[in-house]
Design a protein around this ligand. Structure first.
Ligand SMILES: O=C(O)CCC(=O)C(=O)O
Length: 239
């Protein structure tokens, strides 16, 4: 897994957690999705801002959910993902932040092509890995992840795709790989790996829990500069 991850910038793991754990996470996930009050300030629509805030969220993102639901970080998922992160990138990996990204049925809104590092400040140690855990069976039609094998660590120029929405960059997608997963499976991707997901055009939800790991020293470096991964979405790095 490590060799593939270091070569291509992503890797798939068929089973990170058993289905019994998926079921427990789904309960916590639904509680957070249905609770706009508790998630206020951490919640936004990656699909962009709507003038009428009462419309259905296109892509719900809830940052740092474990700050408001401690049962999440106590779950085996966080421990297992951290163990894998350490094997992939070293023993100094720690959880930087977690997030939920939900695509409700028929919201049909793609997450545009981007590299996560565009959201982050420039860091002297660029190692990072995001573990994207599927809480539903995911495939092209409901918004599984697509990756482009990484060739270098160059950051492309990113811009918001829609007002207040996800960042986007132009890229050649001819080598893009569609990664289907069963619930409980996951992918790991590097902060410079280009990725995307299609909109959810199905009758079911597409729920993902994402855990981001980086070196302990780089988390301290971010926190010293006030970066908590709770707030505003913007381009912080374009080189
Ligand atoms: O879940 C998605 O659609 C996008 C996820 C993503 O961009 C990420 O985990 O970095």
């Amino acid at each position: 897994m490590r060799k593939d991850f270091l070569t291509t910038g992503f890797v798939k793991l068929d089973t990170l957690i058993p289905f019994s754990e998926v079921e427990k996470l789904r309960v916590l996930y639904e509680d957070l999705l249905n609770d706009k009050k508790r998630t206020e300030g951490l919640r936004s629509d990656l699909g962009g801002e709507e003038e009428n805030k009462n419309t259905v969220e296109k892509i719900t993102q809830i940052m740092r959910p474990s700050l408001i639901e401690s049962k999440l970080s106590e779950s085996m998922t966080y421990e297992l993902a951290l163990n894998h992160a350490k094997k992939l990138l070293g023993d100094d990996m720690e959880l930087d932040f977690d997030m939920l990204i939900n695509k409700a049925p028929h919201t049909n809104t793609p997450t545009p092509w981007h590299q996560d590092a565009a959201y982050w400040i420039k860091m002297p140690d660029k190692r990072s890995v995001s573990c994207w855990v599927a809480l539903d069976n995911v495939h092209a039609e409901n918004g599984c992840m697509w990756f482009i094998p990484k060739e270098d660590e160059l950051l492309k120029e990113h811009r918001p795709h829609t007002k207040g929405g996800a960042l986007h960059c132009e890229t050649d997608t001819s080598n893009a790989q569609c990664i289907t997963l069963d619930a409980g499976g996951c992918t790991f991707h590097d902060g410079f790996t280009l990725h995307f997901s299609r909109g959810n055009t199905t009758d079911g939800p597409r729920r993902a829990l994402i855990l981001n790991f980086r070196p302990k020293k780089m988390i301290e470096f971010e926190r010293e500069q006030g970066i908590e991964h709770t707030g505003e979405r913007k381009v912080r790095n374009n080189s």
